[in-house]
Ligand binder design. Structure first.
Ligand SMILES: NC(=O)c1ccc[n+]([C@@H]2O[C@H](COP(=O)([O-])OP(=O)(O)OC[C@H]3O[C@@H](n4cnc5c(N)ncnc54)[C@H](O)[C@@H]3O)[C@@H](O)[C@H]2O)c1
Ligand SMILES: [Zn+2]
Ligand SMILES: [Zn+2]
Length: 373
């Protein structure tokens, strides 16, 4: 297909203003790109960081980075996916050319421009009626009915996988489960603490249950989140506004083997080392505003030989991890649909973000009309 199409999309202009729902022109995919008709997009806190001005991005920008849909057209030379394939979009994809990719460390790839919210040639496929270019958040832009992504960012999954579950695999689930299995490599029977049980933290809880961690201690300030965490595998629930340190110490017998922070707040990031047993590992999954620094008690940290690791996209290699997570869902080992508490329309996004600011809802998912897709 060589002609342009169009899509309703939620466009971000600047912090403090509402997303505008607009009809954009979507240009045809160029070589090594694919046009995807979205089936669903999750609402992740990373979009909220942008909306609230905590991270800088180019504007105007179609937000959304947790999406899944169906390939509607392919550019020249595309071999990995075909029209009609169901795909999960990846906000990190390997260039397959750089040294990191060539040496099997695709997650360290430096060869794409996804971080600039432009395609590899520095341009974007979204246009306003007045001809203005509109950026594509992390080259995913899943708050749109259609989007053009690099071939390597569209990962094929089975047709039986529902769009809403598929979307969540594209960020929150790959991040949360990946933090457990890839970054921390949690062993069966290891004690785990998860601080923050939103969409990402609950995926950490599920990952911990999947690998047989025990106990699994969920920490959150919202009782509803703790209740859901328990249903999804947490063995203990601790109120985040209480004395988390002593309660975690009592439950784990002196400190956890692995503790995850899945909020992005300085006080809870600084709490991580205190929740660990000597030799334990703290995993930073939550992301704070740009430039924020945190401190640790260095002597205590070094003497107890603790480890702190950063986790980006759960250390996932999307082409390997997305199909694997899909299979685990389809086999009943990861009840990912339980993360979805609200299914909404594109023009209900503002309310979904407002609820997230109020710490309500596990995951809201935008559903698109895919009739006739
Ligand atoms: N590292 C990565 O690759 C990656 C990927 C995706 C998201 N993230 C980040 O992970 C974080 C979580 O994302 P999310 O979509 O789950 O967000 P969310 O808003 O759905 O969840 C945050 C949770 O933290 C809880 N919380 C807030 N303050 C708390 C406190 N003081 N103590 C205990 N609990 C508290 C809230 O009740 C909520 O349940 C965000 O910072 C997001 O940007 C990181
Ligand atoms: Zn995300
Ligand atoms: Zn690369």
């Amino acid at each position: 297909m060589t002609i342009a199409t169009s899509a309703r999309a939620a466009v971000f202009e600047r912090p403090g203003t509402a997303l505008s729902i607009e009809e954009l022109t979507v240009e045809a995919p160029r070589p090594a790109e694919v046009l995807v008709r979205l089936g669903a997009s999750g609402v992740c806190h990373s979009d909220l960081h942008v909306l609230d001005g905590e991270w800088e991005t180019p504007v105007p920008l179609v937000l959304g980075h947790e999406g899944a849909g169906v390939v509607e057209a392919i550019g020249a030379g595309v071999r990995d996916v075909a029209v009609g394939d169901r795909v999960i979009l990846s906000w990190f994809y390997p260039c397959r050319r750089c040294r990191a990719c060539a040496s099997g460390r695709a997650w360290a790839c430096t060869g794409t421009r996804a971080g600039e919210s432009v395609l590899d040639d520095g341009t974007t496929r979204f246009r306003r009626a007045d001809g203005t270019d509109v950026h594509s958040y992390l080259t995913v832009a899943s708050f749109a009915e259609r989007t053009v992504v690099p071939e390597a960012a569209a990962i094929r999954v089975p047709d039986e996988l529902p769009f809403d579950v598929a979307a969540l695999i594209g960020c929150g689930v790959a991040t949360g489960v990946g933090a457990v299995v890839n970054n921390a490599q949690v062993a069966p029977g290891a004690s785990v603490v998860v601080v923050g049980c939103g969409g990402v933290g609950l995926a950490v809880v599920m990952g911990a249950k999947l690998v047989g961690a025990d106990p699994i201690v969920a920490v959150d300030v919202e009782p509803a989140k703790l209740e859901l965490a328990r249903e999804l595998g947490a063995t203990h629930a601790v109120r985040g506004d209480g004395d988390v340190r002593s309660q975690v110490a009592a439950i784990t017998g002196g400190g956890a083997d692995v503790a995850f922070e899945a909020i992005g707040l300085v006080p809870t990031i600084e709490l991580l080392p205190d929740l660990l047993t000597p030799g334990g590992t703290g995993v930073i999954v939550g992301l704070p505003p740009t430039g924020v620094r945190a401190s640790i008690d260095v002597l205590a940290f070094a003497e107890a030989a603790k480890t702190l690791v950063g986790s980006n996209y759960g250390g996932a290699v999307p082409s390997v991890d997305f199909p694997r997570l899909a299979r685990l869902y389809l086999a009943g080992a990861l009840p990912l649909d339980r993360l979805i508490t609200h299914r909404v329309a594109l023009d209900e996004l503002e309310e979904a973000f407002a609820a997230m600011r109020r710490r309500e809802r596990a995951r809201s998912v935008v559903l698109y009309d895919t009739d006739g897709a």
